[in-house]
Ligand binder design. Structure first.
Ligand code: NOJ
Length: 529
């Protein structure tokens, strides 16, 4: 726990991520928007989540679909207006939900007025707001830093005769976080939204903010093979996780702490020992450095038990854990491990110790969409075709009902709607007693109503014969969770009690104790006596 002993809403609650282009379109342009989100709050209430995180909706040329921000304090017309935002936040709060914004501090759009100014001359006051360098004497790139989306991270500017650095697209120049003016400008933008009442931020690529001030070459990556993304041809030695980043995270946290009950979440893809440092030496960093390791770990009981042990052991005293099984950059869980195991993943996510974040569509078991070559939208795919960088499959429109385009839009959807929506939609699943949606609603309701499940200790984490098991306990309340991560029936041992829920959604109330048979890809939640 942080802040003394009082528990915070973001510890007990469940976070739900919305990719706004794909959630609900309200005006028939084929792209989701803020009024669309507001019109679907009932779904979030019925699901039982506590907080909504919305991926960027700021004015943007959409080179990276909103992660290229041209104005930190506005709303892109495609998503609506500031008045729509005000209406949305009022509705979210009126329903007792929280609103978390996605904030993109590492880079702006190349159309942002700051960058346009920075490009005008070498002595412009905003020149040093970005990372400008001379070419090497032979005209080559200043160093070997690469772009995450493929190719060199440097782009030449003809007017001023220098290169600028971009961790992502050339349309996303990196800000110079060594410059205090940059920090203050970003902090002012954070305050703009905090003053409007937003409850926190999910900070984009928090571990990449600061780059080596001496612009040293990254070290070669001995494991890289041609054909893999060129980004990994070098290690991010001087472009990621630099020690100075943690001071920035502290400063961001101070901005939030000047307001009541706000949360700082960091997007950080790092090994666990480095990840947990982002909590800060005195828990004065991010309250939740995102833990993506369930996405990256082999889906098997042994490795997942080891992951849970390692993470719990590394957490600084008082730090609060969190877990994620998908987001807008990762293949969907139901495609990765299959529909039955996705139900087990739901039970895992919602019974582990730590805040769960659900990615829209997970609650209906959405799978990756099939994107034909002429439908590709994602620049990560367009830049390096055929090496599986594309993120369109996990960004297809939400499936609401069996009207045209699954109720997502009255127009032509920006990405294809998954064809099987008649059975898979929210409306269809709401009518089925044992649907994925029914399972998610049940799991979230149980998590909310039982302190052992949202605030209890995590005990006895084990893997045996492909079954992952653990307990949650608080006071006299104790649950055991048994998850069969194999495709065969397994026998495991359980404590004495009764079945509260199974992922197959039958057998509830049955007394158990001692050896128990668990179906292939089945999870059990047992209340112990
Ligand atoms: C991380 C975001 O999650 C991803 O979608 C985006 O492309 C990059 N940051 C660049 O902003």
């Amino acid at each position: 726990m942080t802040n003394g002993s009082k528990r915070q809403w973001w510890q007990d609650g469940v976070v739900y991520q919305i990719y706004p282009r794909s959630f609900q379109d309200s005006n028939g342009d084929g792209v989701g928007d803020l009024p669309g989100i507001e019109s679907r709050l009932d779904h979030l209430l019925a699901l039982g989540v506590d907080a909504v995180w919305i991926s960027p909706f700021y004015p943007s040329p959409m080179a990276d679909f909103g992660y290229d921000v041209a104005d930190y304090c506005g709303v892109d017309p495609i998503f609506g207006t500031i008045a729509d935002f005000d209406s949305l936040i009022a509705a979210v709060h009126a329903h007792g939900l929280k609103l978390i914004l996605d904030f993109v501090p590492n880079h702006t759009s190349d159309r942002h007025p700051w960058f346009l100014e920075s490009c005008t001359s070498r002595d412009n006051p905003k020149r040093d707001w970005y990372l400008w360098r001379d070419a090497k004497p032979d005209g080559g790139y200043p160093n070997n830093w690469m772009s995450n989306f493929g190719g060199p991270g440097w782009t030449w500017d003809e007017t001023t005769g220098q290169f600028y650095y971009h961790s992502f697209l050339r349309q996303q120049p990196d800000l110079n976080w060594h410059n205090p003016e940059v920090r203050n400008a970003i902090y002012a933008a954070m305050r703009f939204w905090l003053d409007k009442g937003v409850d926190g931020f999910r900070m984009d690529v928090l571990w990449l903010l600061i780059k080596d001030a001496a612009f040293r070459d990254n070290l070669p990556n001995p494991e890289w093979t041609p054909g893999a993304s060129s980004f990994w041809s070098v290690l991010p030695t001087y472009t990621a996780d630099q020690p100075e980043t943690r001071q920035i995270v502290r400063e961001m946290r101070q901005i939030l702490d000047a307001y009541a009950e706000r949360v700082l979440i960091g997007e950080i893809y790092l090994p666990l020992p480095e990840l947990v440092r982002y909590y800060g030496d005195s828990l004065d960093g991010a309250q939740m450095p995102f833990n993506f390791h369930l996405i990256q770990t082999e889906w098997a009981a042994g490795p997942i038990a080891a992951l849970i042990h390692e993470y719990e052991a590394l957490l600084p005293p008082g730090a609060w854990p969190n877990w994620v099984i998908g987001n807008h950059d990762q293949p969907r869980i139901a495609s990765r491990i299959g529909p039955a195991e996705a139900r087990v993943a739901a039970m895992l996510l919602l019974t582990l110790r730590g805040t769960p974040t659900i990615y829209y569509g997970e609650e209906i078991g959405m799978t990756n969409g099939n994107i034909a070559p002429d439908q590709v939208q994602d620049p990560a795919e367009k830049n390096q075709p055929g090496i599986s960088m594309g993120r369109d499959p996990e960004r297809t429109p939400m499936l609401w009902d069996n009207s045209p385009h699954a109720g997502f839009t009255a127009g032509a959807p920006w990405l294809p709607v998954n064809p099987a929506y008649e059975r898979a939609s929210v409306a269809a699943q709401a009518a089925q007693e044992r649907s994925m949606l029914a399972l998610y609603r049940r799991l979230i309701a149980l998590r909310r109503s039982h302190p052992a499940l949202h605030a209890g200790e995590l005990l006895d984490v084990r893997a045996k014969r492909g079954v992952l098991s653990y307990s949650r306990a608080l006071g006299s309340e104790r649950f055991q969770i048994l998850l069969n991560l194999t495709t065969e029936l397994q026998t495991a041992n359980c404590g004495h009690g009764h079945i509260v829920l199974t992922t197959i959604m039958d057998g509830e109330g049955a007394r158990v104790g001692g050896p128990i048979a668990i179906e292939a890809s089945e999870g059990l939640l047992i209340a112990l006596d």
